[in-house]
Design a protein around this ligand. Structure first.
Ligand SMILES: Nc1ncnc2c1ncn2[C@@H]1O[C@H](COP(=O)(O)OP(=O)(O)OP(=O)(O)O)[C@@H](O)[C@H]1O
Length: 233
């Protein structure tokens, strides 16, 4: 699903955010991406989502070399990727229905076609019946669920989440992570960048660890990984 081959990313000004990162995430796998603030987690996700381009190396998604994707092709590739952000990025003047339907409208679905899909997505995140509400009327956890419903509404095979539980308390965070697990269980690939090492330790999934732009652990070695170990912090 995702393959990084010796990927480096230098931002304008020369800051080296990623250094020769290589890893592979097979289809249907759920993995965490951890590391200190500034380690390069968001940069890595942005490279997968074609929001940034690598300075060196190759990123492949489903065998497509992203270096060979033209600007025009980007929207087509992005359809296969659902993105979830810490600040959920909902449109506050639109209803829950319209927020979730947005990717479908962009793809040209009519309102009636969109309706079924939106209801199915809201059902999956436990928000049936909230269609007509505005985001401001929802709790933080519910708003994050709307963001997740929007990300899954066109059934992408890959979900990328950047600190999806950053603003939530431990109970809600666990609920959101369980939701990602439920997508993984039906075959969706999921990559979640997070600071929440206690939650990562509790969930028993692969953990990719970045430190100063280098991948110091790709989570594949047997023997158990302790995300709270000193060397990872
Ligand atoms: N557009 C940019 N231009 C210049 N430098 C950037 C840009 N985006 C990120 N950086 C720098 O690259 C480094 C990695 O940033 P990134 O956001 O990928 O880290 P992160 O691990 O996601 O951090 P955090 O956990 O704090 O979100 C940081 O030092 C950051 O300041």
């Amino acid at each position: 699903m995702i393959r990084f081959e010796q990927v480096s990313k230098a931002y304008p000004g020369g800051f080296q955010a990623l250094r020769k990162v290589s890893f592979e995430l097979p289809p249907g796998e759920l993995a965490f991406l951890t590391g200190h603030s500034g380690a390069g987690k968001s940069t890595l996700l942005r490279l997968v989502a074609l929001m940034e381009r690598p300075s060196a190396g190759r990123v492949l998604i489903n065998g497509h070399d992203l270096n060979k994707i033209t600007r025009r092709q980007i929207p087509y590739l992005r359809r296969d990727i659902g993105m979830i952000f810490q600040d959920h990025r909902l449109l506050m003047d639109k209803t829950v229905f319209d927020n979730v339907a947005l990717p479908l409208y962009i793809e040209g679905f009519t309102q009636s076609e969109a309706k079924k899909r939106v209801q199915a997505a809201l059902d999956k995140v436990g928000l049936t019946g909230h269609e007509r509400k505005f985001p401001i009327m929802l709790s933080g956890g519910e708003q994050q669920r709307v963001g997740i419903a929007r990300a899954i509404v066109n059934k992408p095979p890959l979900l990328l989440a950047d600190e999806p539980t950053g603003n939530l308390d431990p109970k809600l965070s666990l609920e959101i992570m369980r939701l990602f697990e439920s997508f993984h269980q039906v075959g969706v690939s999921v990559l979640i960048a997070t600071h929440d090492l206690a939650l990562v330790a509790r969930m028993h999934h692969r953990n990719l660890v970045l430190k100063n732009g280098e991948m110091i652990d790709d989570g594949l070695e047997a023997g158990g990984f302790d995300p709270l170990a000193e060397e990872y912090l």
